[in-house]
Design a protein around this ligand. Structure first.
Ligand code: GDP
Ligand code: IMO
Ligand code: MG
Length: 430
């Protein structure tokens, strides 16, 4: 029996949703363990597109259990809206198929407001967040004043906690010269949404332990990517959670033995949304072409994604700190038609060649990529479902990447469609 975690190995949007959906046919339980509705995971099944933010990507397959773990920050209004959205698309969501951890932290409208206010006040120093309130909600969690899912079940506790939380935030709002909050308004809003959330509340950690004992397979679905990890990414231009694989366990209440294989999702080039360093960014025709062919617009915010060549120094860093055992290489088809493809194989920093991803933010901004040129291919790889359909140059590109990152390709994706996927080595059987 093997359990698999899927994490992003770049700055998010690598195609995790598509791969989780594909892998979910081989698993029984799909569980989200960090992040919140800052994520945007796209699934395309028989021409129908599903855009998920909070719901695990396994929700679209019948007969699977979808779980939102304690490590996720949940905006109850966003969740209720997403449940409605997916129900309208003909997917059944019930307390049997969806379970939400009692100890997950809630995102409230005040977090969203604070996120937007801060971004607005930061000028050139802004992070370019999704303005979903993710950072402020995680701050309240570690500040030990957050409201959790279980608090919705006890009005007396909720009143106390809302009062404390609002007191804290009013000090901040006052300092910013902003209108203060009325605790009874915050309470009223929360009470009004309670019925939409509580039916799904469950003892997630226990459910997962029982699933393991029964020999069921668990698929852990990460959000964002290692380069957005609050410790190991391009800090401070990161999200507010750990996105590396151990979070799959702490974020659902499981121990180290519950995870057997970590699949890193890697785009065949690189994209980033928001501010921050991006060594291989192409602010030129190449970047435009990658963005156009790859439809690189945020799933959630619609923002144009910054585009550039693949950076194997960075992916190697992600593989090391992320604990990645194999990768799923996505969007290979987007490189079709490029005469030459560049791979970043090292950096120059202050005149010296380095082969690692530096930690200091100024160094991350200052590194100059060293490229290796690879001959492109003119034939199409779009929709390929076997190695035989790939041009020789495309195979060479994949092989060279494997060599440089020191990790094998387990899956290869050649279009947004679920089944346009080449299985090289099954992560569940590894
Ligand atoms: P996630 O956040 O990692 O789940 O990725 P997103 O869904 O935000 O962005 C990935 C985008 O690429 C989505 O629009 C997917 O439908 C699309 N996609 C995924 N895999 C492939 C692929 O192999 N080829 C192409 N052309 N598009 C893909
Ligand atoms: P998925 O799961 C890409 C980025 C934001 C911003 C930074 C901080 O779809 O890959 P936040 O709102 O989290 O405080 O924003 O992180 N970001 C993402 N970029 N994909 C995501 O998720 C992202 N989630 C957050 O653009 O730069
Ligand atoms: Mg996304």
């Amino acid at each position: 029996m093997a359990n698999v975690a899927v994490i992003g190995s770049q700055w998010g949007d690598e195609g995790k949703g598509k791969i989780v959906d594909w892998l979910s046919s081989r698993s029984d339980v799909v569980v989200r363990f960090q992040g919140g509705h800052n994520a945007g995971h796209t699934l395309v099944i028989d021409g129908v597109t599903y855009k998920l933010s909070l719901l695990p990507s396994g929700i679209v397959r019948g007969g699977k259990i979808s779980i939102i773990g304690n490590g996720v920050v949940i905006d109850p209004w966003a969740l209720a809206k997403e449940i409605q959205y997916i129900t309208d698309l003909g997917i059944m969501v019930s307390p049997e198929s969806l379970k939400i951890a009692e100890n997950a932290t809630l995102i409230l409208p005040l977090h969203q407001r604070l996120d937007s206010l801060r971004e607005g006040l930061s000028g050139d120093d802004k992070i370019g967040t999704t303005k979903r309130g993710i950072g402020p909600a995680y701050e309240d969690k570690v500040g030990r004043r957050a409201i959790r899912v279980t608090d919705l079940a006890n009005e007396k506790t909720l009143v106390n906690k809302v009062n404390k939380l609002v007191n804290h935030h009013n000090i901040v709002l006052r300092g910013m010269g902003e209108k203060e909050l009325n605790p009874s308004d915050v309470l009223k809003e929360l009470i009004a949404i309670t019925d939409k959330i509580l039916p799904y509340m469950a003892r997630v950690s226990i459910i997962l332990s029982e699933a393991r004992k029964a020999g069921k397979r668990i698929l852990f679905e990460g959000a964002q990517g290692v380069m957005l990890d609050v410790d190991h990414g391009t800090y401070p231009f990161v999200t507010s959670s750990n996105t590396i694989s151990p979070t799959a366990l702490s974020g659902v209440g499981q121990n180290l033995k519950a995870l057997n294989f970590v699949l890193g999702i890697t785009k065949a080039y690189t994209t980033r949304v928001g501010e921050g360093p991006f060594p291989t960014e192409q602010e030129n025709e190449t970047g435009e072409e990658l963005g156009k062919k790859g439809h690189e617009f945020g799933t959630n915010t619609g923002r144009k994604r910054r585009c550039g060549w693949i950076d194997t120094v960075m992916v190697r860093h992600a593989i090391e700190v992320g604990g990645i055992d194999g990768i799923a290489l996505t969007k290979l088809d987007v490189l079709d038609g490029f005469e030459t493809i560049k791979i970043c194989v090292g950096y120059k920093l202050n005149g010296k060649v380095i082969d690692y991803f530096p930690i200091a933010s100024e160094d991350q901004f200052n590194v100059i990529p060293i490229y290796e040129d690879i001959k492109g291919w003119s034939d199409s790889t779009y929709g390929a479902r076997s190695w035989n359909e790939l041009p020789a140059e495309a195979i060479k590109y994949v092989k060279r990447l494997e060599e440089l990152i020191g990790c094998s390709v387990s899956l290869l994706s050649t279009s947004p469609e679920r089944d346009d996927t080449i299985l090289v080595k099954d992560p569940f059987e590894d």
